[in-house]
Design a protein around this ligand. Structure first.
Ligand SMILES: Nc1ncnc2c1ncn2[C@@H]1O[C@H](COP(=O)(O)OP(=O)(O)O)[C@@H](O)[C@H]1O
Ligand SMILES: [Mg+2]
Length: 337
């Protein structure tokens, strides 16, 4: 960087022009400002290259937000779309594990980070890729965390995408706020809940949060909403099982002797009611499925393991509604800055 001539005025003498060194602090500031400007330009480019950005939020943890985020991404990708998923859960990033990408070394070239590639070609970026020891807790103070998120957004080479799904830690903390401030446009928020009253109460907070930051709510997904039990007996025979709330649930087997009963483990209809009360669309329910737990643990999502299974079908239905919303001529994409 060249030196900047500074004019010093001294009383009683002619003004002299002196050359003064730019302090290293000033240089650092200028460098930082330059980097920020570059990042802003890259973010604007990324905003143009990625058609739709969808945030996945929930009021509380463990309701299946990451499962839904990866499921949405896979389901969209199965329809032939170019999809990316950005895992912003810095303290508990588990998207790579769910997609069997744990321990992937990311390719970095000219300061650009290239996402890992998962099933159906989905591009994946997660803090998990940057953490050396997955067993060590990540304890970052606010500004460092927010800096990391901005870097996530500005330094990743996504290329052109039809959709980017963004997974967050639970709650309405700094992360979604930072992302909503960094990204010029976000299409909307998908809110994940389970059917219990407490989870629904928390999801109301997420809906209000989305409204506060002026991002449209694409809709609510109710997860773990029913557990399907399948059985086999004599054809056309009555079957009864004890339901979770005490009564007997009955059905009749079909001509081949197969029967199934769906148990509402927590409660039913909670997601629909919450969506109705808050005047946001209901996108659909996902069954409670032990295979989803296994898939999450062994890295093969249910959609990939059983492309025609109940979970895959449920995700497809949800995604169809999401696509309809995104493709509305007056798609609610908002410009935040
Ligand atoms: N529909 C479902 N049926 C069964 N287990 C599920 C379902 N959805 C999520 N899970 C399991 O619940 C746990 C928490 O899900 P996760 O997606 O990590 O939640 P969150 O991201 O909200 O914390 C995981 O073990 C996951 O496999
Ligand atoms: Mg999660």
């Amino acid at each position: 960087m060249s030196d900047i001539p500074i004019r010093h005025h001294q009383s009683g003498s002619e003004p002299k022009t002196q050359k003064s060194e730019v302090s290293s602090e000033q240089k650092a500031q200028m460098e930082q400002a330059y980097q920020q400007m570059q990042r802003k330009l890259r973010i604007n480019k990324m905003d143009e290259d990625i058609k739709h950005k969808i945030m996945v939020l929930s009021g509380k943890g463990g309701v299946g937000k990451s499962t839904v985020a990866t499921g949405l991404a896979l389901s969209l990708a199965r329809k032939g779309m170019k999809v990316g998923i950005m895992d912003i859960d810095i303290t508990g990033p588990n998207v790579p594990k769910m997609l069997g990408l744990e321990g992937t070394d990311l390719h970095v070239e000219n300061g650009r980070i290239y996402p890992a590639i998962g099933a159906h070609g989905i591009k994946v970026i997660s803090m998990a890729f940057l953490i050396e020891d997955p067993d060590k807790p990540v304890i970052w103070r606010g500004p460092i965390k927010l800096g990391a998120i901005n870097q996530f957004i500005g330094d990743v080479e996504w290329g052109e995408l039809d959709a980017l799904i963004i997974d967050f830690p639970p709650g309405t903390s700094d992360e979604p706020l930072t992302v909503s401030q960094s990204l010029p446009t976000i299409d909307g928020v998908v809110i994940v809940t389970t059917p219990q009253e407490v989870a629904l109460l928390d999801s109301r907070k997420s809906i209000n949060f989305a409204k506060t930051i002026s991002i449209p709510v694409i809709g609510v997904v109710e997860n773990m909403s029913g557990y399907k039990i399948n059985g086999h007996t004599e054809p056309n025979t009555k079957v009864g099982i004890n339901g979770p709330s005490g009564g007997i649930i009955e059905t009749t087997s079909d001509d081949e002797g197969n029967w199934s009963i769906t148990l509402d483990i927590f409660k039913s209809g909670g997601g629909v009611n919450a969506a109705e009360n808050l005047s946001v669309p209901f996108l659909g329910s996902l069954p409670f499925d032990p295979g989803i737990v296994r898939g999450g643990d062994d890295g093969v999502h249910r959609i990939v393991a059983e492309p025609d299974g109940d979970a895959a079908k449920a995700f497809d239905k949800i995604v169809e509604k999401v696509i309809l919303t995104l493709e509305q001529p007056n798609s609610p994409t908002v410009r935040i800055s």
